[in-house]
Design a protein around this ligand. Structure first.
Ligand code: DP6
Length: 324
């Protein structure tokens, strides 16, 4: 029996990945850029065990549903394939944040699974190789392999589509206040949503202009210019949601609370607070602020009637092995 345990953190995309151009390889329609978030984590133990009849997956203390188990199993196959193994694995995974928050657990989940399974298989892979592997499990997981600020290059093919760190965590002490405004279960997950992106008449424009927004986001981060960052982050989030809303069938991820909060955040910024918002495939509002304005933003969100729960994420470390 060979086992290994890894911890990985979710990430928040400042410039989003939405749409795939190759289903099998999970090649994205455009490049994306994110902050890996410390304060939230997935811890995954993988044990390869010859006595098991098949792969098993335990998620937050419960046996996972067959769909989730099959997705993890397909990912384990990619890793087993590298060494010609067929040994089944027991996977035990625990998130430090509740699944209902709308914080994507697939990024941290597949990053942790990749790092733990590769190590348990005796593979010594580079971060770039781990990123390529993680990408095939879940696109955003390619970025959670790295700490700090990470960019996932769209690439041309399998070996050229990977993420890399563009700045370490201490480059800029930004804070992500994650405001849960709705607990309704998601109707369409991002995995399915990516496949609908090309049905939107707006996706082509979004994809064509993504390199400009990536450049602008990198420049704003480089200069630590919050106003510039806010403008491009909110634009990119709106563009992704415009594509979602105009897909067929349409995907409406925002709830009333999301819209109320987006307006309030814009108002707070107009009053001089460094804060902006971005939303992934759900109603949860990620409020990005600076360390300087963080407690002010926290107090505003704590007392806000639309906010049900609040989590804090700061630029954090890469996915890494830990003692089990
Ligand atoms: C809206 O990485 O969860 O969060 O590759 O199908 O697993 P799969 O999708 P996933 O998509 C994340 C989309 C997003 C934007 C982003 O993180 O870039």
């Amino acid at each position: 029996m060979a086992s290994a345990t890894a911890i990985a953190h979710p990430n928040i995309a400042l410039i989003k990945y939405w749409g795939v151009r190759d289903d099998t390889l999970n090649l994205p329609a455009s490049g994306s850029l994110s902050i890996t978030l410390d304060g939230l984590e997935t811890r995954t133990k993988v044990t390869f065990d010859n006595t098991l009849p098949a792969d098993t997956l335990e998620l937050d203390g419960q046996t996972a549903n067959p769909q989730a188990t099959a997705r993890a199993s397909a990912h384990l196959d990619r890793i087993r394939h590298l060494v010609g193994s067929t040994v089944p694995a027991r996977v035990v995974s625990q998130n430090s944040f509740p699944a209902s928050t709308g914080i994507a657990s697939s990024a941290s989940g597949f990053a942790a699974l990749t790092v733990a399974a590769a190590s348990a298989m005796g593979l010594d892979l580079s971060p770039k190789e781990l990123s390529i592997l993680a990408r095939k499990g879940s696109g955003s997981a390619s970025r959670s392999i790295f700490g700090g600020f990470a960019e996932w290059h769209k690439g041309e093919d399998d070996p050229t589509s990977f993420a890399e760190q563009i700045w370490p965590p201490d480059h800029w002490d930004l804070v992500d206040w994650i405001a849960v405004v709705d607990r309704l279960p998601k109707l369409t997950g991002s995995h399915e949503g990516h496949r609908l992106a090309s049905t939107s008449p707006l996706q082509e424009t979004r994809v064509a202009s993504a390199p400009e927004r990536l450049d602008e986001c990198r420049s704003a981060l480089m200069a630590r210019d919050f106003q510039r960052l806010a403008a491009v982050v909110e634009l990119d989030s709106h563009m992704m949601h415009a594509v979602m809303m105009t897909s067929f069938p349409p995907l409406l991820y925002w709830s009333a609370g999301s819209i109320q909060l987006m307006k309030k955040v814009a108002g707070w910024r107009a009053e001089g607070i460094d804060v902006c918002y971005t939303l992934d495939a759900g109603p949860t509002v990620h409020c990005i602020t600076t360390a300087e304005h963080s407690s002010q933003v926290e107090a505003l969100l704590q007392s806000d009637a639309d906010v049900i729960e609040l989590y804090r994420g700061v630029p954090g470390p890469p996915a890494h092995l830990v003692a089990s």
